[in-house]
Design a protein around this ligand. Structure first.
Ligand code: F0G
Length: 448
């Protein structure tokens, strides 16, 4: 076993995060025949091999090589997530052709599994017995599961009181050593970075470039589902900014390899209370990022110092995407709308629909353009949020303005309107006496 991991995955010269790069893919003489690759990947769908059945490993030609892969691979059959049409949300956003790629339909119910299968397999290949992460809840759930499957121990650092119960319960069930630290996510990251320099634990946060490589496959799979005809826009939530970086990297690589003929615009949406990247781009032209103390009910993206912001900036620029911020009320309303389409997601995923509405209003997205939202987590991850919303306890009427973007009166008015619309979607549970008449009366009242 390596005596010290000592890895923070940064360049010792410039301090930037490391990234895989395949010079051969950008050369004039192509090393892959795009049509042959597409049919190889499609053919694997009929295979009974575990590697072929995984929606990550099926695309292994576009992933870095792991020596003796068959001995080290840890897979739970991740990827292969559905692409849904969202008619009701499309109408609400003013976009005819709206789809959602639901990464919450992965084995541990978030997009993290696609990167985790790859990075956990590389930890196994490296001989590590301990893996570790700081997390707002989904990375830890995923890491704990993959570590358990690979007979590795896992150490989870999470902010005390700030993660959803669904996620905490997962990491306990999968047997992680779970430490709730009295700090926020950014504080957990600082401690973990110090820890990996002293102890032989392998860092599995998204600064680990293997995570990014695995997460690329969501975009590859999406293009395959669209018959390699890219949409006009892809919209993703932005927290630590690993996912947007991964999806953008995949798009750029697929263009270079002639798997697609043009780039969709990749837009990144943050919660107003956790918007350091939005501010970096809008206020500082991407020249610097000022860390902040983050606060949002979308706890998955409650991150004030995103590690991968430079990578995300590069893909934002390469694809011509936009960055937006949305209020707490907009997030809650969008989440209820996605639920009302019969799909559902966790709050952080709903920033995509909320952001799309803003991008439509600003004219960045046109009504006839096709849009894919990346939904990152399952609705059951954070039932507390959902129940409070439907009981009307999330934002007592007096609080709406306090949760508006920038607190301007226009933003407050807009949020009041969003809140009123969202109230139409509230379906609080009824507590009734156990008799037929009471149930019939409830049914009749709902008919009206
Ligand atoms: N959506 C969900 C459901 C998430 O859990 C996260 C991040 C994001 C979006 C943002 O993705 O960080 O790649 O920009 N969750 C991490 C975690 C930080 O620890 O689970 P990102």
């Amino acid at each position: 076993m390596p005596d010290s991991a000592g890895q923070d995955f940064r360049c010792t010269a410039c301090g930037d995060l490391l990234e895989f790069f395949s010079p051969a893919w950008t050369s004039e003489s192509p090393i892959f025949d795009p049509a042959a690759l597409k049919s190889l990947w499609l053919g694997r769908r009929a295979s009974r091999e575990a590697l072929d059945q995984s929606g990550v490993w099926r695309f292994r030609e576009l992933l870095p090589h792991i020596p003796n892969l068959e001995e080290h691979v840890i897979t739970l059959g991740e990827g292969n997530t559905p692409l849904y049409r969202l008619p009701r949300c499309g109408r609400a956003a003013g976009v005819e052709n709206l789809l959602a790629k639901h990464q919450g339909m992965n084995p541990t119910a978030s997009f993290k599994d696609t990167g985790m299968t790859f990075a956990a397999s590389s930890a196994h290949q490296g001989g590590f017995s301990w893996v570790a992460c700081a997390s707002t809840g989904n990375t830890s759930a995923s890491m704990a599961a993959y570590a358990a499957r690979g007979n590795m121990r896992s150490l989870v650092l999470i902010p005390e009181g700030k993660i959803a119960w669904g996620k905490l319960s997962q990491s306990l069930d999968y047997g992680a050593l779970t430490c709730q630290l009295r700090t926020d996510f950014d504080g957990c990251v600082r401690i973990l970075n110090d820890l990996v320099r002293q102890k032989p634990v392998y860092l599995l946060n998204s600064v680990n470039p293997y995570r990014i490589e695995g997460q690329k496959t969501a975009a590859i799979e999406l293009m395959e589902q669209l018959a390699w005809e890219p949409p006009d826009h892809i919209v993703v939530p932005g927290g630590n900014l690993g996912n947007s970086s991964a999806i953008g990297k995949a798009l750029v690589e697929m263009l270079a390899l002639k798997l697609i003929s043009r780039l969709p615009k990749l837009s990144i949406i943050q919660a107003h209370g956790a918007n350091p990247f939005f501010r970096s781009v809008r206020e500082f032209g991407g020249k610097k990022l000022e860390p902040m103390t983050a606060d949002t009910l979308a706890s998955a993206i409650r991150i004030g110092n995103p590690a991968s912001w430079k990578k995300a900036l590069r893909v934002l620029r390469a694809t011509g995407g936009e960055v937006e911020e949305v209020s707490e009320v907009e997030i809650a309303a969008a989440k209820a709308e996605i639920g009302a389409d019969g799909i559902g997601c966790e709050p952080a995923s709903a920033v995509t629909l909320a952001g799309l509405k803003k991008l439509r209003r600003s004219g960045f997205v046109k009504p006839g353009e096709s849009v894919v939202l990346i939904l990152t987590g399952h609705v059951l991850k954070d039932p507390d949020f959902t129940i409070k919303f439907h009981r009307g306890e999330l934002f007592p009427a007096t609080q709406v303005s306090a949760n508006s973007v920038a607190g301007t009166s226009a933003a407050e008015k807009h949020d009041e309107a969003e809140a009123a619309q969202a109230r139409n979607l509230q379906r609080a549970p009824l507590v009734l006496d156990a008799n037929l008449g009471a149930v019939i009366a409830a049914l009749d009242a709902a008919e009206k």
